[in-house]
Design a protein around this ligand. Structure first.
Ligand SMILES: Cc1ncc(COP(=O)(O)O)c(C=O)c1O
Length: 357
């Protein structure tokens, strides 16, 4: 008899078998090479690049440092057009580089930057577009590239949520001048803390590898104003142990994402009309923008899909594949009478508005 797959809990990190990590750490203890591009770091860079279908990948201590270094590597100045609908690290990385974030509108259905809004924000001071593949949904990469070409801008993708997301031409991470990933504990592929930059060529990777290691070109010479953003051997060991389990973990999340998308497609109040195929999001959190019951304001909420289905009278949310957003889900939680909370409908799981944690 095959046992049912474990439910996915948004708040519970995905871990590899401990024995696999310990085995790799025994080698670290034997070698006493703990960081500075050790053998596990090199192995993870190679294996991860192959897994993701990219050629040039540099590991980082976290995704925020990867973003900081990516922006620095492109020698940007002035204003950078970016998304207001992202984790704070996206705009913080701009400010830390002395760049001015200029927010454009997003498309409420894909959560990506709306190219028309980007164009309306371009000024003579604009040097780049920092777009976000929010929740793993691909941005309109071709239109954004056309805009960048027309106005001579660089394009950086914050792909923190877009691990192993493919587009029509292969890995989504190949678009733009640089893409960054986060391997934070919240991500399906996590190294506890970690991140990466995907470069288009070996020369750019070399520059980025120098920047993340204080700007050293050899043991004694510093060529650029760098920083320490390297991933340690310990974190690389976790990453190597994670890789064999990734295909199954992602397949399970894709099935969950498809279940959510099916609900959102059937929902009359929901603004979100994203089909889960062919580019299923694989982050555990996938909100949709729902029209509230009282006004036409939109309410972003990661459990809206489930909440909306329940409010509309469903007695349960799809049980196959099993999915959970918290320990309390997916138990049927339809209130006897749908409750109204003033101006906004509240999330039926956490009762918060407008954005659940
Ligand atoms: C969109 C986005 N960008 C950047 C980051 C920063 O990544 P990290 O937490 O690895 O520093 C995150 C983290 O979740 C994120 O969601």
């Amino acid at each position: 008899m095959t046992s049912a797959p474990e439910p996915i809990y948004v708040t519970r990190p995905h871990l590899p078998p401990l024995a696999d990590v310990v085995k790799l750490l025994e080698g670290v203890w034997d070698r006493r090479i703990l960081t500075n591009g050790g053998p596990l770091h090199q192995q993870l860079e190679t294996e991860l690049a192959a897994y993701l279908g990219v050629e040039h990948l540099s590991l980082f201590a976290n995704g925020t440092l990867a973003l900081l270094v990516a922006l620095k590597a492109l020698r940007l100045q002035g204003e950078v057009i970016t998304s207001p609908f992202s984790f704070i690290a996206t705009s913080e990385a701009l400010s830390w580089n002395g760049l001015e974030p200029v927010f454009a509108d997003i498309n409420p259905r894909s959560f990506g930057l709306d190219p028309r809004s980007i164009e309306s924000r371009i000024t003579p001071r604009t040097s780049a577009i920092l777009a976000v593949h929010c929740y793993g949904f691909p941005c309109d990469v071709e239109v954004i590239q056309r805009l960048a070409d027309d106005y001579n801008l660089r394009v950086i993708y914050d792909a923190a949520h877009a691990f192993a997301v493919d587009c029509h031409c292969g890995s989504l991470l190949q678009h733009g001048d640089l893409s960054i990933l986060s391997f934070h504990a919240t991500k399906v592929f996590n190294t506890f803390e970690g991140g990466a930059i995907i470069s288009p060529d070996a020369k750019t990777k070399k520059r980025i590898d120098r920047l993340k290691n204080f700007g050293f070109v050899d043991e004694v010479s510093v060529a650029v104003n760098g920083i320490n953003a390297k991933m340690s051997e310990l974190h690389a060991a976790v990453g190597l142990a994670q890789l064999p389990g990734m295909a199954a973990a992602i397949a399970q999340r894709r099935a969950v994402a498809e279940a959510y998308c099916a609900i959102s497609l059937a929902c009359s109040t929901c603004n979100c009309r994203i089909s889960a195929r062919p580019h299923s999001p694989i982050t555990p959190i996938c909100p949709c923008l729902c029209k509230t019951t009282h006004r036409s304001a939109v309410m972003p909420c990661w459990s809206c899909c489930a909440a909306t289905a329940l409010w509309r009278g469903a007695t349960s949310i799809p049980s196959s594949p099993s999915f959970s957003t918290t320990a309390a889900m997916p138990a049927p939680i339809r209130p006897a009478t749908p409750r109204r909370y003033g101006r906004h409908a509240r999330c039926c799981v956490c009762r918060s508005i407008p954005i659940c944690p």
